[in-house]
Design a protein around this ligand. Sequence first.
Ligand SMILES: C[S@@+](CC[C@H](N)C(=O)[O-])C[C@H]1O[C@@H](n2cnc3c(N)ncnc32)[C@H](O)[C@@H]1O
Length: 335
Amino acid sequence: MKYLFELSKEHKTIPTAEIIACLNSENINFSVLESNEDVFIIEIDSDKSKLQEITRRLSYTYYIDSCLFSCKPTINDIKTQATNNKIDKTGSIAIRYKNRSKNINSKQIIKTLAEIYTPGRDVALNDSDIEVRGLITDSTVHVGLKIAKIDRRQYEERKVQFRPFFSPISLHPKIARVMVNLSSIKNNEILLDPFCGTGGILIEAGIIGVKIIGSDIEEKMIVGCKKNLDFYKIKNYKLFCSDIGDIGKDIDKVDAVVTDFPYGKSTTTKGEEMHLLYERAFKNISYLLKENGKAVIGLSNKDFISLGEKYFTLVEKHDFRAHRSLTRHFVVYQI
Ligand SMILES: C[S@@+](CC[C@H](N)C(=O)[O-])C[C@H]1O[C@@H](n2cnc3c(N)ncnc32)[C@H](O)[C@@H]1O
């Protein structure tokens, strides 16, 4: 079966990288049919229930559809393709679309799809049995049947200001979630954040059912982080106060490390020079990871990326412009 992921376009590389990491964490074999800023289209041999877990996890995708067809955005092409790609499923129908082209008028396209797909069916605007989705870009119209809508509202609802404990160092939940996903961690595996702060990364990992361990040098962070985890009713966690260098005394090896390194502006490094702290951090994280485990690290200076390569293999990196004077670098390493 062919599936289309409608990407949020909030970033050039992160949405696709997140999907690939999630497919890998679910051991879903896939081949890529098309990949660009708008869509990621794959073929998988397993049935769509396999994609359910991914739907629960993703943060940079809007919809997952099963593909009906993709073609040039001309009425003739759409007519031919829609006629040749009938919908087998019975039931009421709705036709929805997103027009990402400034040059194409969607009206005629939707009318054409409606003329071919609605005869003999009830049209139901709410709760239809079938939702045909058209995604219109300058070069292509993708038409599919919606199988899932990603619940992206949850990330806004969990924004840091709604938590019992927060500080300017906290990551936006959508970014914390994507970092967790990039580690390809599976449910029930163990994820460590050794600079856990207020717990932004731990919350997102805990919600999807990953076992979490957090530590931080500041006692007040551990107390606040516990409040946050309890607020979201996350159960499977271990938290303790520790310098990055001493964590190995308290825990066994973990499946993934996902963390945002302190970067001196709003977060303390306890007066330690940044490159010395980072060297210690990379080294200790490399001891703490199981074989082939991934470390997803947020850095605020790209010069530190190569420091990590002393201890890990670089898998991928994504630059993220937080605001005019701050670009964050999310780097995925493997041991
Ligand atoms: C960028 S913040 C983490 C923010 C976190 N992701 C959140 O959502 O709140 C970095 C954290 O590293 C902690 N930290 C600084 N130096 C440390 C050290 N030597 N060992 C352990 N933690 C340290 C700081 O107390 C701070 O909470």
